[in-house]
Each structure stands twice: as structure tokens, then as C-alpha cells.
Design a protein around this ligand. Structure first.
Ligand SMILES: [Zn+2]
Ligand SMILES: [Zn+2]
Length: 447
């Protein structure tokens, strides 16, 4: 019964608060969430859950069965922090901090897990609920993830992608998660249509090192090639159409070794974001032309490593309606913006490409997301709201013989019919190319 479930969440407010504080104080970036994993594992086991661990990466899944047949609803709680070394609560050694509020997701999911173990709460629901502690949503530290990939530890950079690959989403019929937001006050939920997807790029300019004072004419300056590339990329921005919501942005992660040598290797990490796959692809090609041309202008070469980032997150309409109704049962205010779009990206987009999903937001955070002013003032209250909102959505989906969830499942047409099709698409989207070649006859070949 929903009432018992909401009471169950309320009863576990202390547990939720302790989990929030613990994870806030121990921030870990993606695929490094081992302390968080260990803590949550113990807490779930204390509640009597049997866990399936992801294994050589942090994270796990567990399931609770209502005892009546029906679909399986996956509920995610992300575990990873990001890096913002200027945040007052950043880990002094790593710069990691929960400036996206994922610690609140983990705390809320634990509170929901505790509530689901209270007597009588599953009465009136059918099907199963799969709780998922998932790593690595923030698409950062690309070099570190490449290293994990090269070592055979991960195959995909996003935690949800990796969980799909590992079969941890097999048998799940639909998915929900609730992310925190600074846009609204505590007690307010928001359901919209979705958000951008992205590609990620590692761009390496290769030049020629030489003495910067004595013989700069013998060098080829890879740093200047990179700065030319930034200028050229900025020049193509006016060609992006408003409706495609293209965002192109990045950083230089290596800009040379010593100041008295012409830099011969400069590395940039870039994102190309957009509202649909075709627009992202077109913008990415334009960026690649800009980068290649910039390399040629300085006589450098360039290696462009393109890879699928995240799919656009497109919520299922039926799930959006269920989320609105469920959140209205649990929160003071719910904003329903059926065409609303946001411009960040999430690997929940990949989830929505294979099953119906919805990823609402909940208010009560303040400051700048990903910035040094991000805080949640009343974490126990905000996380309790979030757990209750999830309980409300589960109730709407699974009550009355899970009639609503069954209808949503029936009506859904996935982008990819199978897990393998989805994985093949990602694999095929990965391309490493040497974009510029200088031929013996003096001509220059741009790929
Ligand atoms: Zn986030
Ligand atoms: Zn974030």
C-alpha cells in the first residue's frame, strides 16, 4: 500500500540522512566508487537484501518481488562524484565532490530499499522492483577510463552502458531514477521530455619539438594548432540550428612539457552535444574539419578519437504520465512540462533507447551544478522526498495487477530491439583516425 510505503520511507529518515552524510564526505569519481560501494553493500545486506555485485567495478543490483506476476521496474541510484577542486568540501587529495548531488540519489535509493522491507508495503502491487547502485554517470577522466578499457576491466565509459553490457539490466522492463536539481525549491518535482545526447572526442595534435629560443623554425607547434582549432570551432557555432541544441565544449588536458621547447604533443578532450543523432553527427563532422584544418595550418598532424557518449534521453510518454501521477501522490508540487528539454547528458539516455524510462528531477539543491557553490541544505528532507517520489511512481506503475506498467511495455517501441543491436551501434560509432597526412608529392590528405 502506498501509505505504508511512504510511512516506511519516513521511518528510515535517519538511515537516509546518515547515508547522505557518509557519501557526501567520501566523494569518489566514476569507476572509483569503492568506499561508497562497500558502505552501501553493507547497508543493503543489513536490510536483508541479496546482492548481485558488478564485480571488478563498483555497483550492484538487487531485486524485491511482490510475489505476484508482473513487469520488473529498475530504479537507479548513481554513486559517482565529479571533480571541482575549488568546492569547499572537495576531497583535498582528488578534488572530487558531489556537486551533482548523486550522493542524494544513493541515499534516497537506500531509504526506498529500507521502506520496501517494511511489513505490508508490497500489498496491492504486482511485479518486481530492481534496485541498482550504479557507478560512473559523469563522463569525465576519459584517459582513466581508456586505461580501464585497455586493461579489459570496462568495455564502456558510462556505468549504465557497462551495466547493460554485463547483463545487469536483462529482464528489466522499464526504468526510473530521480536526479536532484537547483532549479526549484524543496518539495517540488519536475517531469520533462528529456535531454541532449553526446559524442566525446579525444584530439591529439602532433608537432615537432625544438628549442623555443634557439631554433623555433625547426619545430611544429602543436599548441598553436590546438588554439587555431579552438578558434575554428568557435567560428562554426553560428551554423548550429537552435532546434538541435548543439553544444560543443572541451578542455586542453596536455599543453606541452616545458616552456622552452616547442610543444610537440597537445591533447584536448571535447564533447559534441545535441538533441538528436543526426545533428550530433553533422556537428561532429564540422568540428573534425575545423580541427584538421587547424592542424594543417601549423604543419602538424592530428589523431581524432571519436566515440559514442550518451544517447539523447527521451522519456516515454506513458512513463512521464505515471511519474507525474506518482510524484503528485508524494510531493507538494509537481511541474509537468511535456515538451521541456535540458542540455546536459546522461547515460540514462542509453536506457531510454532500449526500454521505457523517465528521469524526473527534484528540487532542494542550491548553487551551481558542477560548481563550487553546490549544496543541499536539508539533505534528509530532500532525499526523503526523492525516495517518496520514487515510491509514488512505483505504486502507479505496479498497482492493480501492474496494469499501467504492462500497458506502457506494450506500447513501447525501442530504438534498439536487442541489447546486442544497441552495443553494436555504440561499437560502430567509435572511430580513431589519423586525420591529416602529408604526401611525398607535396599534397595534403585530410580524412
Ligand atoms: Zn548528475
Ligand atoms: Zn552531473
Amino acid at each position: 500500500m502506498l501509505e505504508k510505503l511512504l510511512d516506511g520511507v519516513e521511518k528510515n529518515r535517519e538511515l537516509i540522512s546518515a547515508a547522505y552524510n557518509r557519501i557526501w564526505k567520501n566523494p569518489e569519481t566514476g569507476y572509483r566508487e569503492w568506499k561508497t560501494n562497500e558502505y552501501l553493500k553493507n547497508e543493503y545486506e543489513k536490510l536483508g537484501y541479496e546482492l548481485t555485485m558488478a564485480g571488478n567495478i563498483p555497483g550492484f543490483i538487487t531485486e524485491i518481488d511482490t510475489g505476484r506476476p508482473g513487469p520488473t521496474v529498475a530504479v537507479f541510484g548513481e554513486m559517482d562524484a565529479l571533480i571541482c577542486a575549488t568546492h569547499p568540501d572537495a576531497d583535498p587529495a582528488t578534488g572530487a565532490v558531489h556537486a551533482c548531488g548523486h550522493c542524494a540519489q544513493s541515499a534516497a535509493l537506500l531509504g526506498l530499499a529500507a521502506a520496501l522491507k517494511e511489513p505490508g508495503v508490497l500489498d496491492g502491487m504486482s511485479g518486481k522492483i530492481r534496485l541498482i547502485a550504479v557507478p560512473a554517470e559523469e563522463l569525465i577522466e576519459i584517459e582513466y577510463r581508456q586505461k580501464l578499457y585497455d586493461e579489459g576491466i570496462i568495455r564502456y565509459f558510462g556505468g549504465k552502458q557497462e551495466f547493460i553490457y554485463r547483463g545487469l539490466l536483462d529482464g528489466a522492463d522499464m526504468a526510473i531514477m530521480i536526479h536532484n536539481s537547483t532549479a526549484w525549491p524543496k518539495g517540488t518535482g519536475r517531469v520533462n521530455l528529456g535531454s541532449n545526447g553526446c559524442m566525446i572526442k579525444t584530439i591529439v595534435f602532433h608537432g615537432k619539438a625544438s628549442h623555443a629560443g634557439g631554433s623555433p623554425h625547426r619545430g611544429r607547434n602543436a599548441l598553436y594548432a590546438a588554439t587555431q582549432a579552438l578558434t575554428a570551432i568557435n567560428a562554426i557555432r553560428e551554423t548550429f540550428r537552435d532546434e538541435d541544441h548543439i553544444r560543443v565544449h572541451g578542455i586542453i588536458t596536455q599543453g606541452g612539457d616545458v616552456a622552452n621547447t616547442i610543444p610537440d604533443r597537445v591533447v584536448m578532450e571535447f564533447y559534441v552535444r545535441g538533441a538528436n543523432g543526426d545533428a550530433i553527427k553533422a556537428a561532429n563532422e564540422a568540428v573534425n574539419r575545423a580541427v584538421s584544418g587547424a592542424a594543417v595550418s601549423l604543419g602538424c598532424t592530428v589523431t581524432i578519437d571519436d566515440r559514442h557518449g550518451y544517447f539523447p534521453r527521451i522519456h516515454d510518454r506513458g512513463m512521464m504520465e505515471a511519474a507525474r501521477e506518482g510524484m503528485e501522490l508524494a510531493l507538494e508540487h509537481v511541474l509537468y512540462i511535456p515538451e521541456g528539454w535540458t542540455y546536459g547528458c546522461s547515460d540514462f539516455g542509453d536506457i531510454t533507447s532500449i526500454m521505457p524510462g523517465v528521469h524526473p528531477h527534484i528540487g532542494g539543491s542550491r548553487g551551481t551544478v558542477h560548481g563550487s557553490t553546490y549544496f543541499i541544505d536539508d539533505p534528509a528532507g530532500v532525499c526523503t522526498d526523492s525516495a517518496k517520489a520514487q515510491a509514488g511512481i512505483l505504486w502507479v506503475l505496479l498497482k492493480d495487477g501492474a496494469e499501467r506498467a504492462l500497458r506502457i511495455k506494450e506500447d513501447f517501441t525501442p530504438v534498439f530491439a536487442t541489447r546486442d543491436e544497441y552495443l553494436k551501434f555504440i561499437d560502430d560509432a567509435t572511430a580513431v583516425r589519423e586525420a591529416v597526412s602529408y604526401l611525398d608529392d607535396g599534397s595534403i590528405l585530410i580524412k
